[in-house]
Design a protein around this ligand. Structure first.
Ligand code: F6R
Length: 236
């Protein structure tokens, strides 16, 4: 695992530049995408690159990591809505090429990804409890896309997107599994803010173990961890 500590905007620009380069080399690249507060800056930087004519998404395919369940696509808190709002509606991507796991497709989601050619570049955030996608602590390392019961800490963390009202946060989600994520060819994980510092410290200190889902990434051959100074604040 390579670790880079950078100011937030530099993290976003560097990751967007990696995607711009990848798509220049491989116009039909497959991107694996995360939602959440952290990832917004990556999409802003990609929209800017698109407006500057540095990238076209015409032939790009995307697979999102997760989606709440149940939730309507039209709900502003759904991850479909988030992706449309932050990226897809602002660039030239064909929405037929954008995919989300759902209650209807989750048993075939990994196959769908494999048939498309596999994810070339995966963007990940990390939960304060060390989750990646919605793989909460205790998720088996051999998990594929599955239905998840969200951890209490995740529901509390995400209540900020639901007017601070915990009762409005769905208690379940559909998520790519840890094994699904390990199949991706290149991974960038972004952590910003002090509330991620503990999970990051654990990630650096611990051998892979299901109590800290992100620790599986230590066994992946091509991972870069991007930290802002706050997320890195507990590292020596
Ligand atoms: C979202 C996802 C989650 C988030 C994580 C961090 O698609 O996969 O793992 O990346 O919960 O969320 P934020 O960035 O809101 O702190």
């Amino acid at each position: 695992m390579e670790v880079k500590i950078l100011p937030i905007q530099e993290i976003y620009n560097e990751i967007a530049n990696k995607i711009v380069k990848l798509v220049a080399q491989k116009p039909n690249a497959i991107l694996g995408l995360a939602t959440g507060g952290t990832a917004v800056g990556v999409y802003d930087a990609l929209v800017k690159a698109y407006n500057d004519k540095k990238i076209t998404f015409k032939d790009v395919k995307t697979f999102n990591l997760d989606e709440y369940y149940p939730i309507e696509d039209s709900n502003p808190q759904s991850y479909r809505y988030y992706m449309n709002h932050n990226l897809f509606d602002k660039v030239d991507i064909d929405k037929n090429n954008t995919h989300f796991p759902s209650i209807d497709n989750y048993q075939k989601y990994d196959e769908l990804i494999a048939i498309a050619g596999g994810i070339d570049f995966q963007v990940l955030g990390i939960g304060s409890n060390g989750h990646i996608a919605f793989n909460e602590p205790g998720t088996p390392f051999d998990s594929l896309t599955h239905v998840v019961k969200l951890a209490e800490s995740t529901i509390q963390d995400n209540a900020r997107f639901f007017n601070g009202d915990i009762s409005l946060v769905p208690t379940q989600a559909i998520s790519m599994g840890l094994k699904s994520i390990m199949f991706t060819k290149q991974i960038v994980l972004i952590a910003t803010g002090k509330n991620k510092a503990k999970a990051i410290k654990q990630l650096m200190d611990q051998e892979p173990n299901p109590a800290l889902p992100a620790s599986i990434l230590r066994s992946h051959a091509n991972v870069t961890i991007y930290l802002d100074p706050d997320a890195a604040s507990l590292l020596c």
